[in-house]
Design a protein around this ligand. Structure first.
Ligand code: K2U
Ligand code: ZN
Length: 171
């Protein structure tokens, strides 16, 4: 297993609509395993394949307290959403240091294929629901700041730019 470099915003792959996985090969299994290690090491609660440079529809997530409930989703689809919405602060491993409030459906139902090729369905609420929507956005070429007003989007981009300049001067 390897820890992979996480693509930083802005980057064309983060605004790419990812292609479906057509066959669950050993390469896909290795990538999923490396994504999980990368997510745990970050640390994060979710990670999408474009964030490690692969524009395919593959997500890993683990929102459990003990970090012992890894879910790998291949070609996930949101098949139902609640009318109720929640608003919570989000961050992203591709936009370190940026935290902003985002509106999300309170509950979602996601259909996906697991690593054994079996069709699965998960009904999610709470952090799992938010994380699924956040990661599914990544597969459709969206990052959470795309949900912000123009003013807050520009402010987030300026903050990222400043942070990178400071890091450059430190190194
Ligand atoms: O896509 C990512 O970068 C993974 C996010 C997923 C996420 C963002 C917002 C809300 C829920 C999930 C990272 O896990 S961001 C870091 C983080 C860590 C712990 C809890 C929430 C967010
Ligand atoms: Zn993210």
């Amino acid at each position: 297993m390897s820890v992979l470099p996480i693509v930083q915003f802005p980057n064309p792959i983060l605004s790419t609509v990812c292609t479906p996985v057509t066959e669950i090969t050993d390469e896909i299994r290795t990538l999923a395993s490396d994504m999980a290690q990368t997510m745990y090491e970050a640390p994060g609660v979710g990670l999408a394949a474009p964030q490690v440079g692969h524009a395919i529809r593959l997500i890993v997530l683990d929102v459990s307290e003990n970090k012992d409930n890894l879910i790998t989703l291949i070609n996930p689809e949101i098949i139902a959403t609640s009318d109720e919405w929640v608003c919570g602060e989000e961050g992203c491993l591709s936009l370190p240091g940026i935290w902003e409030k985002v509106d999300r459906h309170a509950q979602v139902t996601v259909k996906y294929t697991d690593l054994d090729g079996k069709s699965q369905t998960v009904e999610a609420d709470g952090l799992l629901s938010v994380c699924l929507q956040h990661e599914m956005d990544h597969l459709d070429g969206k990052v959470f700041v795309d949900h912000l007003s123009r003013l807050k989007y520009d402010r987030a981009c300026a903050k990222l730019k400043k942070r990178r300049l400071q890091e450059k001067h430190r190194n």
